[in-house]
Design a protein around this ligand. Structure first.
Ligand SMILES: [Zn+2]
Length: 317
């Protein structure tokens, strides 16, 4: 069989008179080859001209192939690298399934459903989820513009999937033992400008602090921009420390808007996120930021195809 020419192989296949099931099997096999080649071409194209990931030297020469990708040897540090070295996708296998997996991400499939659809083990599906999605989500606004609404939403801390729980399991999953926002809740800070650019940050457990606001919002708010929030003291402290213009609505007193001043866009985003999270039946706190960023990518629709997601994920940041 190995000595057949391509034409002879086709003749053998034709003479075999494959059944419908066999034809389907061949079709899937060919699609896998095609997708693998397409994936490789996109990755190589995305990385074209990139300098060495270790020393930044731009001079290299070609040095054979490794893992199905062109390998380069850096003329500065003599180390070898390929298009994915230094990206979150480095050393992941089964590239022929990646584009299909990104489609599963666009379809918001849970880990098991994606595994079944692609035909990979669910541990592979899980690993890919938590590499591919944060990688693609690196494509994010670096600054927010003009008017920025910020507010936090709180989700009950979850140790889903954890082998060693640090507290007794909650019965029926759902409620904290104490009322109010406390250490049993994860804080997700969301900032959204009036142009729809959005950033989400998992700040940790319990109420957000001025220092956390500074770390998250400080770098993305330009001088002169206006921040709208609720009346929480942390925002006022952050705004005065960072010289940010600030206006707030007194949500506790039932005030939702005062003219143009409101946080309804960011609150609507929270509601959409929580609606989307329902079908995952709870997400582990450890991965909360991944899910929030996944939702951000879906909601923005800038990366609406598997190829766009792949190109974003193959960037080196
Ligand atoms: Zn180098």
């Amino acid at each position: 069989m190995a000595d057949l020419t391509f034409d002879q192989l086709i003749a053998v296949l034709a003479a075999t008179r494959p059944s419908y099931a066999e034809t389907e099997q061949m079709r899937q096999w060919l699609a896998g080859i095609d997708q693998g080649a397409q994936c490789r071409a996109l990755i190589e194209e995305t990385a074209r001209g990139r300098p060495c990931p270790r020393c930044g030297c731009g001079r290299m020469h070609r040095c054979g192939q490794a893992s199905g990708l062109q390998r380069f040897r850096c003329l500065g540090c003599s180390r070898t690298y390929n298009a994915l070295t230094g990206t979150p996708l480095a050393r992941l296998r089964k590239r022929e399934h990646w584009l299909a997996y990104f489609q599963c991400a666009l379809d918001s499939l849970v880990v098991r459903a994606a595994a079944a659809k692609i035909g990979v083990h669910r541990t592979t599906s899980f690993r890919w989820r938590h590499r591919f999605i944060p990688a693609a989500a690196q494509n994010r606004p670096t600054v927010l513009g003009d008017i920025v609404e910020a507010d936090e939403t709180y989700l009950l801390e979850s140790q889903k999937g954890s082998r060693q729980m640090t507290r007794p399991a909650r019965r029926r999953g759902g409620v904290a033992h104490q009322r109010g926002i406390n250490g049993a809740y994860d804080c997700l800070l969301v900032a959204r400008d009036r142009g729809g650019r959005t950033l989400a940050f998992h700040t940790g457990r319990g109420p957000v602090t001025a220092a956390q606001l500074g770390a998250c919002l400080g770098p993305v708010l330009l001088p002169g921009e206006v921040l709208y929030s609720d009346g929480a003291a942390a925002y006022q402290r952050f705004a005065s420390l960072h010289g940010v213009k600030h206006a707030w609505v007194n949500a506790r007193a039932g005030e939702h808007a005062r003219g143009n001043i409101h946080i309804q866009n960011v609150n609507a985003w929270h509601a959409r996120l929580k609606g989307w999270l329902v079908h995952f039946r709870g997400v582990a706190s450890h991965y909360l930021a991944h899910y929030a960023n996944w939702y951000r990518v879906l909601d923005e629709r800038h990366l609406g195809t598997p190829t766009a997601l792949l190109v974003a994920a193959a960037q080196r940041y």
